[in-house]
Design a protein around this ligand. Structure first.
Ligand code: PCA
Length: 336
């Protein structure tokens, strides 16, 4: 009797232990501050996964580049030091041009076009990540990119020699093409760089201008709406495959929801961010025709370079984007 009871107790303890060990804990490094809309979306995603799996998969979001620096996150996920992570795709242009398709000025410069570009880019992106031992969970666009400058500008000639903060190879290339002096600084270090005068201008969204309190140092934002780069949330393939099927499904479902929610919030907050900048004393300029033309020329050079480096597969992607873009425009002729 006693032996049997202790056997039963033993079994119960074992069941408990295996329930506890069935809980999986993941780290998810990201590079932007907790109040940024991407980070808020990530935290919501993690909470949704927790709920849908009954606490079986716990994802801890580490914002603000606190666990890994922005450009180290991808390698950390690839190597399994972090099971998942959020990256700025355009940062990895030098590994493969596919990553940088959304960083070309004026290729896709509205939310509608950015979404079309994403749909075209996504299968290639996921394939590429899979070949590196990862998977794409979701991706969300930043608001359109404009120019922060201390001085007033009417054309790119006015930016010659200016100290320009770049966040990606493409934004460094823009500096090169317009004769500015690029220095690569990730968002987490931008406030500091502005304070010390390391940079006096850069291109980014209203979101990053707001997050970094750029308005304390720079008074002009030119709303050029040049492109919408994306953050992508990626997962280590082995970590994903080690989950049971219901947990995998719950993760993918929450990711699809985070994708849709993120794009919606990005678009909704775009105007809000610019209003905040204005409220903090910045002037939001509509770029003059010359400045826009100059930047479009920069974009055309960069697209030609991109197509050259991406080869026929890349050219096919651009072609299918343009086709889908034209089809969407034909369906919505009422819009300008
Ligand atoms: N903010 C990020 C990338 C694009 C954006 O809008 C940054 O400036 O680092």
């Amino acid at each position: 009797m006693t032996a049997r009871r202790s056997l039963l107790l033993g079994a119960a303890a074992l069941a408990l232990a295996s329930a506890a060990s069935a809980q999986t804990k993941w780290d998810l490094p990201s590079a932007y501050p907790p109040s940024n809309f991407h980070t808020e979306n990530l935290v919501q995603f993690a909470a949704d996964v927790d709920k849908a799996t009954g606490g079986k998969l716990k994802i801890t979001v580490h914002p603000n580049a606190s666990l890994f620096k922005a450009n180290e996150i991808k390698r950390a996920v690839q190597g399994g030091q972090a099971q998942a992570g959020e990256i700025l795709l355009a940062n990895f242009a030098n590994e493969n041009p596919i990553y940088a398709l959304d960083g070309i000025p004026f290729l896709a410069n509205s939310y509608e076009d950015a979404r079309i570009l994403y749909d075209v880019q996504r299968p290639a992106l996921d394939k590429l990540l899979q070949s590196q031992g990862m998977r794409l969970l979701y991706a969300v666009a930043w608001p359109p990119q404009g120019i922060y400058t201390k001085k007033l500008i009417n054309s790119v000639a006015d930016m010659r020699g200016i100290k320009w903060r770049a966040y990606s190879p493409a934004t460094a290339r823009i500096a090169e093409l317009i004769g500015a002096q690029p220095v690569t600084i990730q968002a987490a270090e931008l406030t500091q760089a502005l304070a010390t005068g390391t940079v006096e201008s850069y291109m980014s969204s209203g979101s990053t201008g707001y997050d970094t309190k750029t308005y304390e140092h720079i008074k002009n934002f030119y709303d050029t709406q040049a492109w919408l780069p994306k953050n992508a949330v990626i997962v280590n393939k082995k970590a994903f495959e080690s989950l049971d099927k219901p947990t995998q499904d719950a993760l993918l479902k929450a990711a699809a929801e985070a994708d849709a929610r993120g794009w919606k919030v990005s678009q909704e907050k775009n105007e809000w961010y610019k209003q905040q900048l204005a409220d903090k004393g910045m002037t939001i300029h509509r770029p003059q025709a010359k400045l826009k033309q100059d930047l479009q020329q920069v974009g055309a050079i960069m697209l030609a370079d991109w197509e050259k480096s991406a080869g026929p597969d890349g050219q096919a992607l651009v072609a299918s984007f343009k086709k889908a873009q034209a089809a969407a425009a034909a369906k919505a002729p009422a819009k300008k």
